[in-house]
Design a protein around this ligand. Structure first.
Ligand SMILES: C[S@@+](CC[C@H](N)C(=O)[O-])C[C@H]1O[C@@H](n2cnc3c(N)ncnc32)[C@H](O)[C@@H]1O
Length: 376
């Protein structure tokens, strides 16, 4: 169960905690998990003290530290790390995330590990037509924000915007790295043959692991007129997607439920020219948001996800029309889930790689993702 939901249930079951208690207890738990696999043998309170020291800049938790710690409770994270290393010779930052050898090419594991100690920003994507209105509304309401890229807005965690802007219609909450996968979709927009086909009739796009439709809405906003089909493994997921699409003003799409590790129903009518496969994965690129997953993760799980991804990609690539495109995406930092899958798709199914990228969000307080565009 995600920690966020667990804490909600915990506080609902015992009403004695006021809002400050809830905030502080939540922060302590998140810090505890953020230091991942480091110092796991320490008693809980002591480990939590180390975690709070590393994960927060002063003066947030000044009062809980003994005097000798307070002198070293400084904004510079390197200095705080050195202090903890001196206190606990068994500690090294590499223990926080102990799978550096499993990572995709291009990942700076030291920078990625440091990013796990901090809560990422919240990002929104401005939908077409609202580029002027959204920054105006935020400014008028004194919301602090930055605009790292055209159409992308970074907000501090816990900023409330749902009463100011129409979620899904005017903006979507979408991580910055997720937004950047649109760059590969843009490649398709510029591609002559896709454009020509679109001029005659919209291209068939199948978002085969759609969840609540984040990538589908991105595809519609990026590519314009498309013939969209969405699917996911459970009906409840598709129902949530329908609700979100209604809010987003998206009326024309087809949807079905499919477990892609099993034979696909009604496949003859699909004929996709573009498949978006945002595959189920370890989620390791998003552990800054859900550090409890880092804490409970074991290396064996990488193979579990890689096997699932292999089955899903085998099933969907078989449906892709000749000359069609596969956009393969994960929010994982592990090569087995990323470039190894892409290489396999090329070797087994004969697709050609156009471009693959590790989108390293850790330098921008965002998630890390992997995206590859292949042609059949
Ligand atoms: C990373 S999420 C997709 C996120 C989504 N594209 C978005 O942008 O919000 C992966 C999705 O794959 C779905 N999934 C997991 N196992 C599956 C399977 N065997 N067949 C089809 N979909 C599956 C999950 O339910 C989940 O919604």
């Amino acid at each position: 169960m995600p920690l966020q939901h667990y804490l909600k249930q915990f506080f609902a079951a015992d009403k004695k905690y006021g809002s400050k208690d809830r905030k502080h207890i939540s922060q302590l738990c998140y810090c505890y998990f953020r230091i991942g696999h480091a110092l796991t043998a320490l008693p809980v309170e002591e480990r939590m003290q180390v975690a709070v020291f590393l994960c927060n800049e002063p003066p947030a938790w000044n009062n809980i530290f003994p005097e000798d710690w307070q002198q070293y409770y400084v904004p510079d994270l390197d200095k705080r790390i050195t202090f903890i290393q001196e206190k606990y010779p068994a500690f090294s930052p590499a223990q926080i995330f102990p799978w550096a050898g499993e990572c995709s090419a291009g990942l700076d594991t030291a920078a990625f590990t440091r990013s796990l100690l901090m809560q990422p920003d919240v990002f929104i994507r401005i939908r077409p037509g609202f580029e002027k209105r959204v920054p105006e509304v935020l400014t008028q309401n004194n919301i602090s924000y930055t605009q790292p890229y055209k159409g992308a807005i970074a907000l501090l965690p816990n900023t409330k915007i749902d009463s100011l802007l129409k979620l899904n219609r005017e903006v979507v909450i979408q991580d910055l790295s997720s937004q950047k996968t649109a760059n590969l979709l843009l490649h398709l927009k510029q591609n002559q043959s896709v454009q020509q086909r679109a001029a005659q009739q919209p291209v068939n796009v199948w978002d085969c692991c759609a969840a609540s439709g984040g990538k589908s809405i991105l595809a519609l906003d990026t590519l314009g007129k498309i013939n969209l089909t969405v699917s996911d493994v459970r009906l409840s997921i598709i129902q949530n997607l329908r609700q979100r699409f209604q809010e987003a003003g998206i009326k024309h799409f087809r949807s079905f439920v499919a477990d892609l590790t099993k034979p696909i129903p009604n496949k003859s009518s699909l004929l996709p020219s573009i498949i978006i496969c945002d595959a189920p994965c370890s989620g390791s690129g998003t552990w800054g948001r859900a550090p409890e997953q880092l804490y409970f993760f074991t290396k064996e799980k990488i193979s579990h996800y890689a096997n699932l991804q292999t089955k899903i990609s085998d099933a969907v690539v078989a449906q892709l029309v000749s000359g069609g495109y596969l956009l393969y995406i994960t929010c994982s930092v592990f090569k087995q889930e990323n470039e190894v899958q892409v290489q396999r798709i090329m070797d087994i199914h004969g697709l050609t790689l156009i471009e693959q990228q590790l989108i390293t969000g850790y330098s921008e307080k965002a998630d890390t993702m992997f995206a590859a565009l292949l042609v059949k």
